[in-house]
Design a binder for this molecule. Structure first.
Ligand code: PMP
Length: 285
């Protein structure tokens, strides 16, 4: 049976789920999106993802033609109709079709698209062994140019860094911000552990305010571990005892090598492991 895709209130077979080539989402990357996951049929932090989606839309002056409640129902409906319990959900809102030219006033009908499917971001063994990453030379977007807090359809900044990683044999890459500070990875937030204290860049470091990031901060604090949101340098990464990444698709994944330097002992550390386990408990609760 073909997957059913939600577009503007209707469900289409995957093969028939199509939008206009004049959509400014395609022509200019003009639109916003979210990636969500459901565990056991329940969407993890649905409200937080919807808040971020509507904030992203507001920031780009795009009015989403559905209330948050209707959007939440549409997400649940798309999961149900596809019989999906553990799934990855992609929610996209485009500017809509218009004439050629950037002007958003010359578009109409923003397209609301919901895809519910499976995702396997990283091979399962890497969750046990840990990832090796490099620092990309591509800088994270300057917040005054395109704020990374907007989850926009324009992901080329991240894709360019991802290509650098892939060409170096790494499936994730670290990005620095315009000040040379640690920002985030191409699709994940980054955490360090040093002498039992966790640190992660603050949201004003030019990063996406990750939903998983916040969930992990809460879990760490509940476990009595101090979490500091402070500017970090590459040096902090190299001398960390542990490093791990968080993201909806990635969940919690340890990093054991950065730019050819072993992190700590070169094995996933105890705090990373503990938070990985706690995150799974939370998501599946
Ligand atoms: N940073 C970037 C650039 C992302 O695209 C994502 C989402 N894939 C994240 C961080 C993680 O955010 P979340 O935990 O909300 O998925």
């Amino acid at each position: 049976m073909s997957l059913k895709i939600f577009i503007n209130g209707r469900l289409y077979d995957k093969e028939d789920a199509k939008i206009s080539v004049y959509d400014h989402g395609l022509l200019y990357g003009d639109g916003v999106f979210e990636g969500l996951r459901s565990y056991g049929g329940k969407v993890f932090r649905l409200d937080e993802h919807l808040d971020r989606l509507y904030d992203s839309a507001k920031a780009i002056w795009l009015e989403i033609p559905l209330t948050k409640k209707a959007m939440a129902d549409a997400v649940k409906q798309t999961l149900q109709v596809n019989g999906l319990v553990d799934a990855y959900i992609r929610l996209v809102v485009t500017r809509g079709a218009g004439s050629l030219g950037l002007d958003p006033n010359r578009t109409s009908d923003p397209q609301v698209i919901i895809i519910a499917d499976k995702i396997q971001l990283y091979p399962p063994e890497l969750y046990e062994k840990g990832l090796e990453i490099i620092t990309a030379s591509t800088q994270r977007n300057h917040p005054a140019a395109l704020n990374a807090r907007i989850k926009s359809l324009n992901y080329l900044n991240n894709i360019l860094a991802k290509i650098e990683g892939l060409q170096a044999g790494c499936i994730e890459a670290l990005m620095l911000n315009h000040k040379g500070e640690v920002a985030e990875c191409t699709g994940d937030n980054i955490f360090l552990v040093h002498k039992g204290v966790i640190s992660t860049p603050p949201t004003d470091a030019g990063i996406l305010a990750g939903v998983t990031r916040q969930a992990v901060i809460d879990l760490a604090e509940q476990a009595g571990i101090t979490v500091r949101q402070v500017p970090l340098t590459r040096h902090d990464v190299y001398v960390a005892d542990e490093c791990f990444l968080t993201g909806t698709a990635a969940e919690v994944i340890p990093v054991v090598k950065v730019d050819q330097r072993l992190i700590g002992s070169g094995e996933p550390g105890p705090i990373s492991r503990k938070l990985q386990a706690r995150f799974h408990e939370l998501a599946n609760s």
